[in-house]
Ligand binder design. Structure first.
Ligand code: FE2
Length: 290
């Protein structure tokens, strides 16, 4: 990593809605809120032992291997940088742990309206988009590449258990991050801590933001911000995508491209897109009065 010029993300214990929107969300700037989620029942309750005891048989596949949550927790606890626990190991909270959604209240709001949670939002527009996810990682667990999130969604991440290091890059640094030709949201740079500058010389010009997110702290970063994470100890993270007026149209455009790419009928995709546009217009009108 370019240690000579590392930037920091602003931190607030708590923040008013107006300042949050004006200074950060609408300004395309990340922010850390240290205290707002500390009151959540999840913080203190969601531990590796809690999940192993209550949900041992839940499983997911990571790079071709089906791993139960009980096994993943064992691997998380034994994880080392040389033999890291498989990662990302993430599960949709509403699907796998619906009873635990109430542990994440009150939810934080990063827009005039939480469009993803609005009753106006047709289910079809969110189908296949994980909204609330929980990630289990251990010492040495890291994303295999720098990326920005799919569908132009903004991201909120709260550390429920343990700490996690974040490296972020401003969207303007995309020119130094060697986006992959098959997916422009993924960087070819696989290790930002020890980058291959012979292969990726321009990467030296990218300016990292570096932060350690502590237990109970929340980071918000807007869509298009490149990021990767690294943990040094067992970690449970809640990740939540955010849809508001700023990314709604880009989300819809990207979703439409996906529908078309996955063989959905053109008629169905066009109808869903048209409904999405109308709903977006209604939401914008409602937000204008808030
Ligand atoms: Fe991500």
């Amino acid at each position: 990593m370019n240690n000579g010029n590392v930037l920091r993300v602003d931190r607030h214990a708590t923040i008013g809605q107006k300042e949050l929107l004006n200074e950060y969300v609408n300004n395309n700037k990340p922010v850390i809120i240290t205290d707002s989620a500390k009151q959540w029942p999840a913080v203190g309750k969601w531990t590796p032992e809690f999940f192993k005891k209550n949900y041992p048989k839940v499983s997911r596949e990571v790079r071709g291997e089906v791993i139960t949550l009980a096994d993943q927790i064992d691997r998380v606890l034994a994880s080392t940088p040389e033999r890291p626990a498989p990662y990302p190991y993430n599960l949709e909270v509403e699907d796998y742990f619906p009873d635990l959604m109430k542990d994440l209240e009150p939810q934080l709001l990063f827009g005039k309206m939480d469009r993803g949670a609005s009753p106006l939002m047709p289910k079809i527009l969110l189908h296949g988009t994980p909204i609330h996810e929980v990630f289990f990682g251990g010492n040495g667990s890291s994303f295999p590449f720098v990326h920005y999130d799919a569908l132009f969604l903004h991201t909120q991440i709260t550390q429920i258990y343990g700490d996690k290091d974040f490296v972020l890059y401003h969207p303007n640094d995309s020119q130094y991050l060697y986006p992959r030709s098959d997916n422009e949201k993924f960087s070819q740079v696989t290790n930002v801590f020890e980058p291959d500058l012979v292969k990726f010389p321009l990467f030296a010009k990218a300016t990292p933001y570096f932060e350690t997110l502590r237990q109970g702290e929340t980071i918000f970063f807007p869509c298009g911000w490149w990021h990767t994470t690294l943990t040094h100890a067992p970690s449970i993270t809640y990740g939540r995508v955010v849809l508001n007026s700023l990314n709604y149209d880009r989300y819809l455009d990207d979703k439409y491209k996906r529908w078309m790419g996955t063989g959905q009928s053109k008629l169905k995709a066009n109808a869903a897109y048209a409904v999405g546009k109308v709903v977006g217009g209604v939401m914008s009108t409602m937000e204008a009065f808030r």
